[in-house]
Design a protein around this ligand. Structure first.
Ligand SMILES: [Fe+2]
Length: 151
């Protein structure tokens, strides 16, 4: 498994590594809230990384997915995640007392979504995308992970 931000050779490994990196950004938000310093900034880094992943998955992978039921489920989950991001962003910015618990719950939701991504999308993409398209998706993924590593 090559999961370095310099570029994964396996699409599935790279996408799963991106999930782990996004989760670390969420940990940064929770730490910042605890330390009462920089939570809004940490939230923006986390939120934009997750939105970038969701947008790219939909554009490059879900759109090509042949199983319509799987595609519908993943789009629904992405839609739910986008909505939660808006609500949680307000909770973080307004320093609401329940924000840490809400974020902890959101981390569980993200983990469940990552399992569905892997089960329904990543394995399929690994074996069904042609080499040219797979390389293009890998290039975009590598760029996203480079941006995230700078945050
Ligand atoms: Fe996803």
């Amino acid at each position: 498994m090559n999961d370095g931000a310099e570029g994964a050779t396996s699409l599935r490994d790279g996408l799963l590594a991106e999930h782990a990196e996004i989760e670390r950004l969420l940990d940064d938000v929770m730490r910042a809230i605890e330390e009462r310093s920089g939570a809004s900034l940490a939230w923006r880094a986390f939120s934009s990384a997750l939105l970038a992943q969701i947008d790219a998955e939909e554009r490059h992978l879900v759109a090509a997915l042949s199983n319509e039921g799987s595609a519908r489920l993943l789009r629904y989950e992405h839609c739910y995640l986008r909505g939660r991001l808006r609500e949680l962003g307000c909770a973080v910015d307004e320093e609401q007392l329940e924000a840490p618990l809400l974020l902890k719950n959101f981390r569980d939701v993200l983990r469940a979504h990552a399992r569905n991504d892997d089960r329904l999308l990543y394995g399929w993409a690994e074996t069904h995308l042609n080499a040219e398209r797979r390389d293009a998706v890998l290039d975009v993924l590598t760029e996203r992970r480079r941006v995230m590593a700078k945050r």
